[in-house]
Design a protein around this ligand. Structure first.
Ligand SMILES: Cc1cc2nc3c(=O)[nH]c(=O)nc-3n(C[C@H](O)[C@H](O)[C@H](O)COP(=O)(O)OP(=O)(O)OC[C@H]3O[C@@H](n4cnc5c(N)ncnc54)[C@H](O)[C@@H]3O)c2cc1C
Length: 489
C-alpha cells in the first residue's frame, strides 16, 4: 500500500509517528507499506524554521510532543540535547521535528514500512479514480492508495487596499528586515501573538523608531502562569452537552456551564473571555506579570477546555448562528486567555511600553496610504511610515500560498467551509467535494480544517487528531490485509 502525505510540517510528522505507533500496537501482519512525504519548502513548516532567538514557542514543551503516546517526548529530547525546559525558541522545535523525522526514516522501526521524503511541491491531485489517487509534482507523477492533505496554514489575512503600496508589508513571517529603516515609525495592524512576535523581532534587531500595535478591540494576550495545571471539569461534560444538544444547543448554555466551572473555583464572572480594552496596556501587562506567580484558574479552565476534544464536539453541535455569535463576541477574548504568552515575552512588552518605544491603540477603523506613509484612522488618527500586517493567519482557503489548494478548489475536489478552511467529515477526515460527496481514501488534517473543528491551531490539537486519523487508517489497512487477494485460490 502507498500513502502520500502532502506537506511535512508538525502535523504530518505527528501523523507518521502515530501511524507507526498504531501499526505496532495493532500487531497484525500487514502488507508492505510505503509512506511518501512531499514538502515544497523546509521540513517542520513555517513557524519552526525561523532562526531568530526572539521567537519563542507559545506553549510549554510539555504540550509540544509529536507523539500522542509520549507527551514528554519533546521535553526528553530537550534534556537529551542539554537545553532547558523553558519556552525555547521556535527554531529548536523545528530541529526536534527534523530529528524525529530522520529517525523515523532511518530506523525503519517497523518491518515492511518504508518512509520516503521528497522535497517537491505537489502541484495537482486527481481523485476521480475510486481506488487510486494521482499526484503530480514537477519531477514525478505517482499513484497512491491513500492521500493525506496536511498542507498547513493559509497565508496572512490580507488588507487588500494596501497591497501594492510601498512601505506596506503583507506577510509578517517573510519580512526582509533590512527594508525597514531602523528609525522609521512602524504601525503593526494587530495586537495579538503575531504583532508581539514582530515587535519583539524589530526591537531585538535594534529598531529605534516608534512601534504602535493597532487593532479594532486591542485585546492583549494574557500571561501564562508558572503554575498552570489541568483542572477536572465538573459541569462542562459530554453528557451535559448531549442533553442540552438534544433540542438545540445554544451558546448561552455552554457559557453558563463554563461560568459554573469558574464559579466552583471562586471566579465569579465570565469577564476573562470578554476581553480587555487596552487604554491601560502597561497597567494590564504589569498586573498580568504579577499574576504569573499565582495559580490562574481562568487560564487552567479555559485553556483546558480549549485543549480538550470536548471543544470540537461542542463546536460541531452548535448551530451556525450560535457559532457566529461566539466568533463575533467572544473569540478574541477567548484566545487571549486560552493562548497566554510566555512570561519572557510579557516582560519584553512591559519594558518596551515603559520606555515608550512601543504603544498599543484600539479602535482602529482603517489604514489609508498618504504621501510618504500611512494614516491610521480610528478613535485617534495615527501616522506611520511603515505598516506591517499582523492580523494573523487567514482562515480562508483562497488565501492559501499553495497552488495545489487552488487546483483542488477549482476542480471541486474540496470546497470552502462557511467558518473557514475546507469541508471535511469530522469523523473520517474525508474531504467533501463540490457535489457534497465524501472522497474516500483522501483525508485532510491541520489548520485548514478550522471550520469543522474549533481547535486546530496548536500542535497539541493536531497531535490528538493525528492519533484519530492514524487509528482510522491502520484499521483500514488491517481490514484490507485480511481480504483475500482477488483471484487467489
Ligand atoms: C507564527 C506561528 C507560531 C506558532 N507557534 C506555535 C507554538 O508555539 N505552539 C503550538 O502548538 N503551535 C504554534 N503554532 C500553530 C501551528 O499551526 C502548529 O503548531 C503547526 O505548525 C501546524 O503544522 P502543520 O504541519 O499543520 O502546518 P505547517 O506548519 O503550515 O506545515 C505545512 C507544510 O506543508 C507544506 N506544503 C504546503 N503545500 C504543499 C504542497 N502543495 N506540496 C508540498 N508541500 C506543501 C508547507 O511548505 C509546510 O511546510 C504557530 C503558528 C504560527 C503561524
Amino acid at each position: 500500500m502507498k500513502i502520500a502525505i502532502v506537506g511535512c510540517g508538525a502535523t504530518s510528522i505527528s501523523v507518521v509517528t502515530q501511524i507507526l505507533a498504531e501499526l505496532s500496537r495493532a500487531k497484525f501482519k500487514h502488507k508492505a507499506l510505503e509512506i511518501l512525504l512531499f514538502e515544497k519548502s523546509e521540513v517542520g513548516g513555517l513557524p519552526y524554521n525561523d532562526t531568530s532567538n526572539a521567537q519563542l514557542l507559545n506553549l510549554p514543551p510539555s504540550l509540544m510532543s509529536v507523539d500522542a503516546y509520549n507527551p514528554k517526548d519533546f521535553e526528553e529530547w530537550l534534556l537529551e540535547k542539554n537545553y532547558t525546559l523553558d519556552f525555547v525558541p521556535r527554531y529548536l522545535y523545528g530541529k526536534y521535528l527534523k530529528f524525529r523525522l530522520a529517525e523515523l526514516i532511518d530506523q525503519k522501526l517497523i518491518p515492511g514500512v518504508d518512509i520516503r521524503l521528497f522535497t517537491e511541491e505537489v502541484k495537482s491531485i486527481n481523485t476521480s479514480d475510486k481506488n487510486r489517487i494521482f499526484l503530480v509534482t514537477a519531477e514525478r507523477a505517482v499513484n497512491v492508495h491513500r492521500c493525506i492533505l496536511a498542507f498547513g496554514h493559509s497565508g496572512p489575512e490580507p488588507i487588500p487596499e494596501l497591497e501594492e503600496v510601498s512601505g506596506y508589508f503583507n506577510d509578517p513571517w517573510n519580512i526582509d528586515w533590512d527594508k525597514i529603516p531602523s528609525d522609521a515609525s512602524v504601525a503593526l495592524a494587530g495586537s495579538r501573538l503575531t504583532a508581539l512576535d514582530v515587535a519583539k523581532e524589530l526591537i531585538s534587531r535594534g529598531h529605534v523608531g516608534e512601534v504602535v500595535m493597532y487593532s479594532r478591540r486591542g485585546f492583549l494576550p494574557s500571561v501564562r502562569s508558572k503554575f498552570s495545571s489541568p483542572v477536572a471539569l465538573n459541569y462542562l461534560r459530554l453528557d451535559e452537552i448531549d442533553f442540552l444538544g438534544s433540542k438545540r444547543l445554544r451558546l448561552f448554555d455552554v457559557l453558563r456551564l463554563i461560568y459554573f466551572e469558574l464559579k466552583s473555583h471562586g471566579v465569579n464572572s465570565l469577564s476573562c473571555i470578554k476581553g480587555y480594552a487596552p487604554e491601560y496596556a502597561l497597567e494590564w501587562i504589569k498586573k498580568e506579570i504579577n499574576l504569573a506567580d499565582k495559580v490562574r484558574i481562568d487560564q487552567d479552565i479555559i485553556g483546558g477546555i480549549y485543549r480538550s476534544s470536548l471543544i470540537d464536539y461542542i463546536w460541531m453541535k452548535l448551530p451556525g448562528e450560535e457559532k457566529k455569535l461566539f466568533l463575533d463576541r467572544y473569540l478574541s477574548g477567548w484566545m487571549s486567555i486560552a493562548h497566554p504568552i510566555p512570561l519572557e515575552n510579557a516582560i519584553f512588552l512591559r519594558d518596551a511600553l515603559c520606555q515608550g518605544q512601543l504603544k498599543v491603540r484600539s479602535g482602529i477603523k482603517k489604514i489609508l496610504p498618504i504621501n510618504g506613509g500611512f494614516s491610521i484612522q480610528g478613535k485617534d488618527v495615527g501616522i506611520s511610515q511603515i505598516v506591517i500586517n499582523c492580523k494573523g493567519v487567514s482562515k480562508r482557503l483562497r488565501h492559501h500560498r499553495s497552488s495545489l489548494v487552488h487546483q483542488l478548489l477549482n476542480s471541486g475536489q474540496i470546497c470552502e467551509h462557511e467558518f473557514g478552511g475546507m469541508q471535511i467529515d469530522p469523523y473520517s477526515f474525508h474531504p467533501i467535494d463540490r457535489s457534497g460527496q465524501l472522497i474516500r481514501n483522501f483525508y485532510a488534517i491541520g489548520p485548514m480544517t478550522c471550520g469543522v473543528f474549533f481547535s486546530v491551531l496548536a500542535q497539541v490539537h493536531n497531535v490528538r487528531k493525528s492519533r484519530q486519523l492514524a487509528q482510522r487508517i491502520v484499521d483500514e489497512i488491517k481490514l484490507e490485509s485480511e481480504k483475500p487477494l482477488v483471484g487467489a485460490l
